[in-house]
Design a protein around this ligand. Structure first.
Ligand SMILES: Cc1ncc(COP(=O)(O)O)c(C=O)c1O
Length: 287
């Protein structure tokens, strides 16, 4: 499938030609990485939990000190882009940059791209993760807003470099640990473990991103079981779990079968990951 965007809509312009440049070279997002973004899945032509994503975008923009984005303007813009893409299942990004240096207005756009290839094969096979130190204490991260804990900014070079390092170690993805060895999150996902009938995911006060998928899974687990708790845990507890999986908007629920080169559980994608994936799809259908 072509990696060209399927559609682009720019605030104040509407749907535009995605093959043309639409940002200025002095945009704060380009020059300083000062931009917030959201990525979500579109199911059957409908972005999943768009309002929730736009609310998180507003929060990210506030921490970054950007002009406030207006969800009432961005939601229809996202709708236009999805409609122009005319593909039922795809990826929608809503991006809000600081705009040009000389003016105070932000720049917003909605970009629609194809789903990455091979997701279902990966789900069937399971992921391998490599744990990497973030070299910062969980408490320092949480009490230092300038480190952007829980903010989805386009300054994701550290996250992408961590993924590169994980690949270099022969793993599919990275898993961040705090300086104290507390399990945090992946570069683009939240993490979960299963011990018997209990699901556990790290709490938001660690400064991790409040994943929209994480939130959907917590709600699904509370509604239908299994028991779920938000708890801090270290690598040893994670490695000894019966099952590990990650959650994120595009890749949804991904089983993890290898952690730092060691087999997780019985080495196969687990039943909780399958049940949570099913619950997520059900929620997407009824949203
Ligand atoms: C650092 C980080 N954690 C968690 C997530 C998962 O969030 P969501 O479920 O909202 O996609 C993401 C998504 O990209 C992320 O970048």
């Amino acid at each position: 499938m072509s990696r060209e965007p399927l559609a682009l809509a720019v605030l104040g312009e509407g749907v535009v030609d995605a093959s043309q440049p639409w940002l200025h070279a002095d945009d704060a997002g380009v020059l300083r990485g000062r931009a917030a973004f959201e990525t979500m899945r579109v199911y059957a032509g409908r972005p999943f939990r768009l309002e929730r994503h736009l609310a998180r975008l507003v929060g990210s923009a506030a921490v970054l000190g950007l002009p406030a984005p207006d969800p009432a303007a961005l939601a229809p813009l996202a709708g236009q882009a999805v409609e122009a893409a005319a593909v039922a299942d795809c990826v929608l990004r809503v991006v809000w940059t600081g705009g040009r240096e000389q003016d105070e207005r932000g720049v917003g756009f909605a970009l629609v791209t194809a789903l990455p290839e091979g997701l279902e094969q990966q789900r069937g096979r399971g992921l391998s993760l490599a744990s990497l130190q973030l070299a910062i204490g969980a408490h320092a991260r949480q009490s230092s807003p300038w480190l952007l804990p829980g903010v989805k900014s386009t300054s994701y070079a550290v996250n992408m470099a961590a993924q590169n390092e994980a690949h270099r170690r022969g793993a599919d993805d990275a898993l961040f640990l705090s300086a104290e060895g507390i399990v945090l999150e992946g570069p683009t996902s939240n993490v979960w473990l299963r011990e018997g009938e209990l699901l556990v995911t790290p709490p938001l006060d660690l400064g991790i991103l409040a994943g929209v998928t994480r939130d959907s899974l917590l709600a699904a687990a509370v509604e239908t079981g299994p028991a779920v708790q938000e708890q801090k845990f270290g690598l040893e507890r994670l490695a000894a779990a019966d099952e590990i999986f990650t959650s994120s908007s595009v890749r949804e629920v991904m089983p993890v079968v290898v952690l730092d080169g060691r087999t997780v559980g019985d080495g196969r994608p687990g039943r909780a990951a399958a049940a949570m994936q099913e619950a997520l799809r059900r929620a997407a259908q009824t949203a």
